[in-house]
Write a protein that binds this ligand. Structure first.
Ligand code: ADP
Length: 244
């Protein structure tokens, strides 16, 4: 249970690769129940930030507090238990398994209040698939789904884990325009349930459609932070995108 309005607080986060400051002292907070987007041109540090947040990389400096707990030094699986769910830029489903078998993997962690009985996990996974609109295809092999639907299965897998904060890494990448519309609708339904989402994308249309708060990175630094209208009209943001 959260004791305040902040699901995530990121303070002075940095990740250097040798001399390259991929993320260079970034701070922002994600409000409970909000859809928050982290955007920026290619190479601005979005994916690196996400990988530090999910524990794949250790930060060079800074900290992150998830729902009141400092998770800066926890490995990825402990962050999952603490309430962090995520999807990846490249689809990471097990191709020899069905949709529901893949989603059960996301439900299966000790932090999930659903428990560990197979029938409970199976029910949770099927509910997540139904939520993303694929409930009647739960027992089909993952390979029989379109690319866009495989992305939805990934989101279902993250949702099945009952996350407090859902991190989405470029969920619109590779989707056609129909699939993008479907994805936008799904993100709005997730938000309507009160779940907090941090979405990383460079698709401005998608982001301005779903996000109520935007943080913009450029060269590893935060150049703007606020509501979509003010952020997308910010001169530094306009310049950063024109130059990319
Ligand atoms: P974005 O997701 O915004 O496109 P990235 O976080 O992927 O940006 O990359 C930020 C910068 O860090 C880029 O200059 C990229 O080349 C560099 N970078 C990312 N990952 C690594 C790595 N593992 N080793 C060295 N440099 C990296």
């Amino acid at each position: 249970v959260g004791h305040n309005n902040e699901v995530l607080r990121v303070e002075g986060l940095a990740k250097h690769f040798g001399g390259l400051k991929a993320v260079d002292g970034v701070s922002f907070t994600v409000k409970r129940g909000s859809v928050h987007a982290l955007i920026g041109p290619n190479g601005s540090g979005k994916t690196t930030t996400l990988n530090v947040l999910s524990g794949i990389y250790t930060p060079t400096a800074g900290k992150m507090v998830l729902d009141g707990t400092d998770v800066s030094n926890l490995p990825p699986h402990r962050r999952t238990i603490a309430g962090l769910g995520r999807t990846f830029q490249n689809i990471r489903l097990f191709r020899s398994m069905t949709a529901v078998e893949n989603v059960i993997i996301g439900a299966e962690h000790p932090g999930n209040p659903v428990g560990k009985a197979h029938h409970a996990l199976d029910a949770r996974a099927r509910a997540a698939l139904a939520f993303v609109g694929l409930g009647d295809r739960a027992d089909e092999m993952v390979t029989s789904f379109s690319y866009g639907h495989q992305r939805l299965i990934e989101i279902a897998r993250a949702l099945a884990g009952n996350p407090t904060l859902l991190l989405l890494d470029e969920p619109a990448a590779g989707l056609n325009s129909t699939e993008k519309v479907e994805l936008t609708g799904l993100l709005k339904r997730i938000a309507a349930k009160g779940l907090t989402i941090l979405i990383i994308d460079h698709d401005m249309t998608l982001v301005s459609d779903v996000a109520e708060h935007i943080t913009v990175l450029n060269f590893g630094r935060r150049i703007a932070d606020g509501d979509p209208v003010s952020v997308l009209n910010h001169p530094d943001v306009v310049t950063a995108y024109l130059g990319s």
